[in-house]
Structure formats: C-alpha cells, structure tokens
Design a protein around this ligand. Structure first.
Ligand code: HEM
Length: 301
C-alpha cells in the first residue's frame, strides 16, 4: 500500500496535477470533492488523496494486529505506531505542499517521508517473521558486515539526489511550481555518480559472496538487487537523454521503490540477529558453543 501510494503520488506530479486541488483538506474552498468530473487534474489529485484513506485503514489494521497478537511484542507495536506517526506527518506535509504552492523543499520532503514510511513498513513485515520465543545473538560487526549497511546508505544518497533532480527539472508537480536553483545537469551528474558507486559496491558484495559460500537463496536475492539497480540505471540514462518523458520517469519511480525495498531487506536479513534458544543454566554451555561456532563461520556475505 505504501509503495503504491508513492507511485500514485508521482502520477500527480507527472501529470502536472500537484495544484489540481487548490485547497486542503478540501479540494477547493468549501468543497471536498472536485467540482466536476471533467476537471482532469483535480480528479487525479483527489484520487491520490482518497488513496491516503486506504493506506490509513491498512495502518490501523497493522496497529490492531500488533496490539492484539499473542504474545504482544514491543518492537512490532512501536513499528506500527511509527506508521501512524508517518501517515499523520504525511497528511500535514501534503497540506503544506499545496499551501506553499509546491515549494520544492516541501515536494521533496513529501517524497522522502514516504520512503521513510516504506522503510518502517518493510522492517515491520520482516520483524513480524522473527520467532517470539527466542533470544537472539547479535553478530560481531566485522568489516564485511558493514557492506550491506554501506549499500543501503548509497541507495539513500541516490534517492535523495534523485528527488533534488526532480525538483530542479520539469516534473516538479505543476508548470508554475518553483524549482530549486540548481542546474539539472549538475544534480543528475551527482545522482548518477552515486548510482555508479552503489553498483560497484553491490558487485563487490556479490563477488565476496561467491568466495565465502552463502546460501543460494541469499545469492539469488543479491543478484536480483544488482539486476534491479542495473535496470534502474539504464532507465535513468535513457530518460535523461530523451528529455525525461513522463512515462519513463514513472517507471524510474517504480524502479526506485523496488530497489529501495530490496536494498533494505538485504540489510535487515544480513544483520538479522541469529536466533538462540533462551539460555537456562543447563543449556548455557550449549549456547556458548553455538556462539563460538557462529563466530567461527566468519562471513555473512
Ligand atoms: C539505483 C539507481 C537509481 C535510483 C534508485 C534512482 C532513483 C531516483 C529517484 C528516487 C528520483 C526522484 C523521483 C521523484 O522525486 O519523483 C530520481 C530522479 C531522476 N533520476 Fe534516478 N535513480 C537511479 C539512477 C539514475 C541514473 C543512473 C540516472 C542517469 C542519468 C538517473 C536519472 C534521473 C533523472 C534525470 C531524474 C529526474 C527525473 C525527473 O525529472 O523527475 N537516475 N531517480
């Protein structure tokens, strides 16, 4: 749901409908819905606002699920409440975006906050799959364990630079919307160089994986992430050299969401704490053996 609303939000921008509804929370002063169905931009902006309702229902379901599940887990409760905070902040920020006539900082923050919400949702889903009745052992942070974090940081840098590029270019939400005072070529150069560094990091991780013997499932996940980045970069270059047509830009946004999810899942799964049976006095010795064996296996890449 969160991933979908990021894409529908982008559709608002790409069709130039950011100011389709001139007011907030009403579409126009004194009227909640668009005045007539022929008002194309107002309808697109209104549908996007309505979709926020669907996301809110999904978030309420997540909160109820985390409160009523047995056993209740604090991490899941906090993560679901984080979604509530994110949706409320997003509604307020959406209002600020309209009321400031699509100030580029507001448009950019609106997109980035969606990515934070998406991150919260991905972590919630991943952690919900952790066993309840086990303690966990946090693996030592060796240098190679930091690589997954590094690739996620690079993905985040690429995403932030991408939003600056969008808000300096033709797709900032409306023809009349203000833009950052940055030359598009310069910011796209920074954006694409960061993507190249990300690509090299991922290729390095995959190379190390082949040396250190990880499970085929993990290697497949990494190959998929690397392939998604290659496809995303190809779309990026093609859209840039063809004058950023709206269709390719929308594909680039779908790609950005998929790369972000894959990168975060890679980070979470690599650093996932190894489950260990809660240690009683009798099985502590066994547990310590487990820890030293695990340490001994070395690489998680
Ligand atoms: C992993 C690789 C990449 C990711 C995750 C990524 C992500 C993004 C994101 C999130 C945006 C902003 C979308 C928005 O605010 O609506 C963006 C915009 C953009 N990206 Fe990328 N990007 C990648 C690679 C590239 C590459 C290699 C190029 C090549 C030049 C490129 C060109 C662009 C351009 C021109 C824009 C502005 C499009 C517009 O006018 O809206 N991207 N990218």
């Amino acid at each position: 749901m969160v991933a979908v609303i990021i894409v529908t939000g982008a559709a608002v921008r790409l069709t130039g409908s950011g100011l389709g509804c001139s007011s907030w929370p009403n579409c126009s002063p004194g009227q909640l819905t668009p005045r007539d169905a022929t008002s194309y931009h107002a309808m697109i902006e209104f549908i996007n606002r309505t979709f926020t309702g669907a996301v809110s229902i999904a978030v309420i379901a997540a909160v109820l699920g985390s409160f009523f599940r047995s056993p209740r887990r604090r991490d899941l409760i906090w993560l679901s409440l984080g979604l509530v905070g994110g949706v409320i902040a997003q509604i307020v920020l959406g209002g600020i975006t309209v009321l400031t006539d699509l100030h580029p900082a507001a448009v950019m923050s609106h997109f980035l906050l969606s990515m934070l919400l998406l991150a919260d949702a991905v972590i919630l889903v991943e952690r919900a799959g952790y066993p309840d009745d086990r303690r966990s052992y946090k693996p030592e942070l060796k240098w190679e364990r930091r690589l997954p974090l590094l690739q996620f940081i690079f993905v985040s840098v690429v995403v932030v630079a991408g939003t600056v590029a969008t808000n300096s270019g033709p797709h900032a939400g409306d023809r009349s919307a203000r833009r950052f005072n940055i030359v598009l070529t310069d910011i796209v150069r920074i954006h694409s160089i960061a993507a190249i560094i990300l690509l090299i990091t991922l290729a390095g991780i995959l190379f190390l994986s082949s040396k250190t013997g990880v499970s085929s499932r993990r290697r497949r996940d990494r190959t998929l992430l690397l392939s998604a980045v290659v496809i995303q970069m190809t779309i990026g270059y093609v859209q840039y050299f063809t004058g950023v047509p709206a269709l390719l830009v929308s594909l680039h946004i779908v790609g950005a969401v998929l790369v972000f999810i894959a990168s975060l899942r890679f980070l979470i799964r690599t650093n996932r704490q190894m489950p260990m049976i809660a240690m009683s006095a009798e099985n502590r010795v066994q547990g310590n053996e487990f820890v030293s064996n695990f340490r001994g296996t070395g690489s998680v890449l």
